[in-house]
Design a protein around this ligand. Structure first.
Ligand code: CDV
Length: 309
């Protein structure tokens, strides 16, 4: 058994006016709860330190940059990292990153239980649009504020296993899990901010959104025989509802823990990384069963091209 006691630390709503200091205090309270539960790993949401700002249209770059972190840990966020180190808990934390060169990414980092930053991932699949869209019920401007991630989908050795990261919309893309699966990933961590309604299809509500979320993470887990830990930022932010549904999914694709509220809430599970072995050695033994001679289109073509009749 290689057990990693893993906490998914869901955050409830963060209002636009809320400062990072208040949010970090909430995150520390969750981290303390995770410590009491015996966790050595904690997974926080996407863009964890602020409201989900890509719903707001901004033209002034200085206003935009206020939502970004030039350094992590920084003055407001350092107490979180200090507490994690004191507790011996490794963390996945999502935040908006601005680089010294002025590039903007939707980023997540992985720390070791000793408090070192050992991994960085930058969101590849940015949803939404880059200009104000009058056809939508509300805006989703990730393509305006972020560049697509430039680091690929690496994995890291930590917690006695092979760990991977992605962010929110990435979880809907099977390629994401497979690229990590091909590196032997045993736990995929991700944070998300998913609006409870579809801005382009008013009939699609909370239950549909949760169905697609669970479908995506459960199939990613099963088809790659890996744990998946998905953590929401939930609740109503400035009038805009976000789904909850933080889950821990086992390598059979089964949900072993799920949040019940849309508030700050912990779920925890002792994830045995050896539970990945059976699927990786049998039905999803890639070396024996994959037929890459038939998969060329996956990397040579982006959009749909229907063959001529
Ligand atoms: N933050 C996100 O990436 N949200 C998307 C929404 C826009 C569909 C998601 O995949 O949940």
């Amino acid at each position: 058994m290689r057990e990693v006691v893993t906490a998914s630390l869901q955050l409830g709503a963060i209002q636009k006016e809320e400062g990072r200091g208040d949010v970090v205090a909430r995150m520390i309270a969750l981290l303390d709860e995770a410590k009491r539960a015996g966790a050595s790993l904690a997974v926080f949401p996407e863009l964890a330190f602020t409201t989900f700002f890509p719903r707001w249209y901004m033209e002034d770059q200085a206003e935009v940059d206020k939502w970004f972190e030039p350094e992590v840990p920084g003055p407001d966020t350092a107490p979180l990292f200090e507490r994690a180190r004191a507790h011996g808990i490794g963390m996945y934390v999502g935040y908006a990153e601005i680089t010294p060169q002025g590039q903007h990414f939707n980023t997540a980092i992985l720390t070791s239980p000793e408090g070192e930053i050992i991994g960085k991932y930058r969101k590849v699949h940015l949803p939404g649009h880059d200009e104000y869209d009058t056809e939508r019920a509300f805006q989703h401007l990730e393509k305006r504020y972020f560049e697509p991630g430039d680091l690929g989908f690496p994995v890291w050795h930590s917690q006695g296993g092979v760990m991977g990261m992605c962010i929110c919309n990435d979880r809907r893309w099977p390629e994401v899990y497979r690229v990590m699966g091909l590196q032997g990933v045993e736990m995929v961590m991700l944070g998300f901010n998913t609006p409870s309604v579809n801005s382009q299809r008013s009939g699609e509500g909370l239950e549909d959104r949760l169905f697609h979320h669970r479908l995506s993470v459960q199939s990613g887990a099963y088809q790659n025989s890996t744990w998946v830990v998905a953590t929401a930022k939930a609740g109503v932010e400035d009038g805009h509802p976000l789904t909850a549904g933080s889950v821990i999914v086992d390598p059979d694709g089964k949900i072993v823990a799920e949040t019940k509220t849309e508030d700050d809430e912990m779920i925890v599970h002792a994830c045995d990384l050896d539970a990945c072995n059976f699927g990786k050695q049998t039905i999803f033994d890639f070396a024996r069963h994959r037929r890459i001679e038939h998969y060329g289109l996956i990397t040579s073509q982006t959009g749909v091209e229907v063959p001529a009749k």
